[in-house]
Design a protein around this ligand. Structure first.
Ligand code: NAI
Length: 349
């Protein structure tokens, strides 16, 4: 039998936080974590033959709620779950973990300046970076979900210099999956027959969902999405804005942010990273830029990647030509990330 892998989930408590919003209303927190931990315990993230030990971290006001989640995990009697650590101690949480999913963070509250939110998250990610660097298993893979996801991941990478830069990523797979979903709805085809969309850049409304290389499996072979949709105005307009603003649409409808889709996409991200992407398929991941596609090096930027033997590689090659429309969009989301990076650094001094 395989040795269990320790998987850290931060922000895992599901509780009604009090006086969270400017209006003083109680606010439901930790919904992604609550959706995510049972998926991990069922083998959705690391595969049906991989035992896991869950490490859950949250802040002291959430300790009791976190313990409640632990009780439920015990009660669910998951065959793959070999142990649960529920803690508010960052060192205990990080010790021995092979996968770290960072969902915990400081949400933007009404009336707060961007800089204040950034500053809170920079200090959280700086501290958690040091704990991971010192206590995680060698070759620990890190996925940052909490916003600003790309920049939180960058701070984590900078403050954990002994963790290889290839091991620190952020989640844009939800945006990728949203783009697949929109194409599948529009064409009335199975979502599993759509592939190779790309999310470029920041997990924010400046991201660029690109279908120029996406295809659909049809009874007469693989066809380009552009050809099948045959409506460039929709693809260059409403499709892009729908994907960019889907998070806001979910909040409007649910009065809560995306949780089950974020949790499921986080599982997709780690599963493909660890177990590999299917031949001929790429996915989107926020990774440390090496300057590919003219994106400034030193940003965490979402690229198309393939994964094999536990490593991602940015899809290169002449096939992925970038037209002028796309170039502008790649550059403007890069610009936003450079600004976020500067803001994050200004919080460090
Ligand atoms: P939430 O605010 O409800 O939950 C965050 C949890 O983190 C809470 O339980 C909180 O107590 C905990 N937390 C705060 N500081 C912590 C710390 N220092 N250590 C450990 N835990 C800490 O947020 P929700 O809805 O669960 O979303 C989590 C994050 O994911 C948010 O930042 C959200 O913006 C982001 N997000 C990212 C997506 C993506 O695709 N990258 C998609 C959806 C949400």
């Amino acid at each position: 039998a395989k040795e269990p892998v320790r998987v850290l989930v931060t922000g895992a408590a599901d509780f009604n936080g009090v006086v969270e919003s400017g209006s003083g209303e109680a606010r439901r927190s930790g919904q992604i974590g609550y959706a995510l931990v049972p998926m991990i315990a069922r083998g959705v993230m690391l595969g049906p033959d991989q035992p896991v030990i869950l490490h859950m971290l949250d802040i002291p006001p959430a300790a009791e709620a976190l313990n409640g989640v632990k009780m439920e995990l015990v009660d669910a009697a998951f065959p793959l779950l070999k142990g649960v650590v529920a803690t508010t101690d960052v060192v205990e949480a990080c010790t021995g973990v092979g996968v770290a999913v960072m969902v915990g963070g400081f949400p933007r509250k009404e009336g707060m300046e961007r800089k204040d939110v950034m500053s809170k998250n920079v200090s959280i990610y700086k501290a958690q970076a040091s704990a991971l660097e010192k206590h995680a298993a060698a070759n620990c893979k890190v996925l940052v979900v909490a916003n600003p996801a790309n920049t939180n991941a960058l701070i984590l990478k900078e403050f954990a210099p002994s963790i290889p830069e290839k091991n620190v990523t952020c989640l844009t797979r939800l945006d990728h999956n949203r783009a697949l979903g929109q194409i599948s709805e529009r064409l009335n085809v199975q979502v599993s027959d759509v592939k190779n969309v790309i999310i470029w850049g920041n997990h924010s409304s400046t991201q660029y969902p690109d279908v120029n290389h996406a295809t659909v499996k049809t009874s007469s072979g693989e066809k380009p999405v552009r050809e099948l949709v045959a409506d460039d105005a929709w693809l260059n307009g409403e499709f892009i804005t729908t994907v960019q603003q889907r998070g806001a649409a979910i909040i409007k409808a649910r009065k809560l942010s995306s949780a089950l889709s974020a949790a499921s996409s986080a599982c997709d991200h780690i599963r493909d990273w660890v177990l590999g992407t299917p031949v001929g398929t790429w996915v989107s991941m926020g990774v440390y830029s090496d300057g590919s596609y003219g994106v400034p090096a030193g940003l965490i930027y979402s690229f198309p990647v393939t994964c094999k033997n536990g490593e991602w590689t940015i899809v290169q090659g002449n096939g992925l030509g970038i037209d002028e429309f796309s170039r502008k969009k790649l550059d403007s989301t890069a610009e936003e990330l450079s600004e976020e990076k500067a803001l994050a650094y200004s919080c460090l001094t």
